[in-house]
Design a protein around this ligand. Sequence first.
Ligand code: S3P
Length: 443
Amino acid sequence: MIPSSETIHDTMRFAPVSGLHGCVSVPGDKSITHRGILFGLIADGTTTVRHWLDAGDCRSSIRVARALGAEIAVEDDILTIRGTGGELREPDDVLDCGNSGTTIRLLLGILAGRVPFACLTGDASLRRRPMARVLSPLAQMGAQIIAREGKYAPLAVVGRALTGIEYRLPVASAQLKSAVLLAGLLAASGDTTVTEDKPTRNHTETMLRAFGAPLQEATVDGVHRVTVSAGGRLRGTEVVVPGDISSAAFILAAAAIVLDSEVTVAGVGLNATRTGFLEVLKRMGGQVRITNQRVVAGEPIGDVTVSSSGLSGTAIGGPEIPTLIDELPILAVLAAFAEGDTVVSDAEELRVKESDRIRAVVQGLTAIGVEAEERPDGFVVHGRGPKGVQGGVVNSFDDHRIAMSFAVAGLGSARGVELRNWSCVGISYPTFQDTLRNIGANV
Ligand code: S3P
């Protein structure tokens, strides 16, 4: 096959570097930006989202929110959204959610009880991702949704009056939890309670409260329970988005593995349901300092400084997995630069992310000269130590987090890493290379 010009040019090289230094900020949190847009869509009045993430995924949320009747003004750092008060417009075309799992799953919860008719789809990756996990509780509430092969997008929704349910999450997924809670809030009758054994990110709960939704929450013996009532209305509000810890993780990991480095990322979200990466980095021997801690718009934030140090392998699994689920690819790269083995378990969810991240991580590590093995629910990395990673050519599988993880590996490697299918970084961190340049990488 003759490659298209896009295939030829979509490659980026990350050369070895000595010493990264500086203080930078990272783009806004992706999960919080999505929620600001989608809650703004169903709220009464005006919502502003400050320091929103201007990247492919959140642009998908903006596109579908507009199609459903929200008026959205985009001004540099601030989104201003005039909401629909929950009276959604029937969209006149298919809603394209692009690459964004958060957009399509939260939207299902919003549409099921409210839209006369809507079709949803996404790119090739999103059309392979499991939707049955959302369709099943929504069907119990009375929703009518038809899916390709019963479980994949494209999906067709015919709005129905929904009734609240009690639901125990069968998979630790904040997207699923959020979809059920939103459907419960927009239902015609009853209370909806979601229980989770392995607590996932709680931005939906925090933000629903900020929008004035009545919500009861309790955590007993590690089990988290949230209840919302049908007919709850949201009031437009001001959302301030912290720096995305999932993006900061790449920059902080680069500082940990490139010798003679010290980098601060300022204004990073430090919600305890998201900080597993920092805990594991410390456990591996990473030098992590957190300063200037404060709470902004209900979310804890702070400045995080990491300096380079020797790392050792660790075991990652159990309830900490949801707190670092998106950081496992970059943790795999840290493990490659560590002494000893790192074992990741209980992370089968990685198989159904933007790519099969277990396979993508192991193939990437192998391509740069690091021994690694797949397991059904994770992987094992045999660390090569701080100077033992050679480098090579890595395929991102069109997955933004795989691309950035191996870019970081290139900075610490002996020969550099060439990334194939690089442009997917625009999904969550279009300015990634600028940040690297600002701390001294020669990108
Ligand atoms: C997200 C939740 C996580 C995460 C994703 C964003 C969210 O997915 O991997 O990047 O915004 O709720 P799951 O909830 O499906 O695990």
